[in-house]
Design a protein around this ligand. Structure first.
Ligand code: ZN
Length: 256
């Protein structure tokens, strides 16, 4: 099973990322994609990925980590893309939720990173909050080879737009909360060919953790919930979501 989005390098895992990934592996999670959030974190992220079996890095600058960013960060990112050959550029995107969000700066960095993804022929991992249409607009202006719209929470119509642009939609712990009606509807209604699984650990804890730290070992139980919503076996579901992940992230090794 592939966790397409897990911040194993986050401070929450600083003392036990090896144990957390070993538990995940024992539970059947054989691949974990670790997306980047800021240039300052890349060295740590690189170390964590290098010391974790089945972990793969994506490098990118998250829209909420731009406050101290300048064009030098884009140079650094280019260096990492060149030297480290990650599976994707990410996580990048737009987050207009915070009232102090600098939309112009976010839009500029997003466009520049989409161009890098195109230059290096890499898929992208997208973060978008209160900004789905703006993200789609940027993708049309700066086309890339596809990727994943992480923690998708748009409309069915917006999902169809992402799919047309070569994207899969990421679903995780949010669908385990009975109150997340729209996400549960999306996870049930969207074509199976468009879904990938993710934990976003340490964030977006599934319902049964009651707000505790999320971890990649939770992925099989999240997959179970999704399979139940869709009225299928978890084996059948995971065969599809894994194939979808490999389709958008060709850098993932075959085998287990
Ligand atoms: Zn994330």
């Amino acid at each position: 099973m592939i966790d397409t989005h897990c911040h194993l390098d986050a401070a929450e895992f600083s003392t036990d990322y090896r144990a957390a990934s070993a538990l995940a592996r024992a539970a059947g999670v054989t691949r974990i994609i670790v997306p980047g959030v800021s240039v300052a974190c890349f060295p740590r992220q690189k170390f964590v990925v290098a010391t974790t079996p089945g972990a793969y890095a994506a490098y990118g600058i998250h829209p909420l980590y731009l406050t101290q960013s300048d064009s030098g960060d884009l140079q650094q990112l280019r260096h990492y893309l060149q030297q480290e050959r990650p599976v994707a550029v990410g996580e990048i995107g737009l987050d207009f939720y915070a009232p102090q969000a600098d939309k112009a700066q976010q839009t500029e960095f997003f466009a520049a990173q989409l161009q890098l993804a195109r230059e290096f022929e890499l898929p992208v991992i997208l973060h978008s909050r209160r900004a789905v249409d703006a993200v789609l607009h940027a993708l049309r202006r700066h086309p890339v080879r596809g990727g994943v719209a992480h923690a998708f929470n748009g409309s069915l119509q917006q999902a169809a737009e992402f799919i047309k642009l070569g994207f899969k939609l990421g679903f995780g712990g949010a669908l385990t909360h009975a109150g997340s009606r729209r996400i549960r509807m999306l996870a049930t209604e969207l074509p199976l060919s468009a879904l990938v699984l993710e934990t976003d650990a340490p964030d977006i804890a599934p319902a049964w953790l009651h707000g505790g730290r999320n971890s990649p070992e939770q992925l099989p139980r999240i997959a179970d919930e999704l399979a139940q919503l869709r009225g299928m076996t978890v084996e059948e579901l995971v065969a599809h979501t894994d194939a979808n992940a490999r389709e958008v992230f060709p850098g993932l090794d075959a085998g287990c």
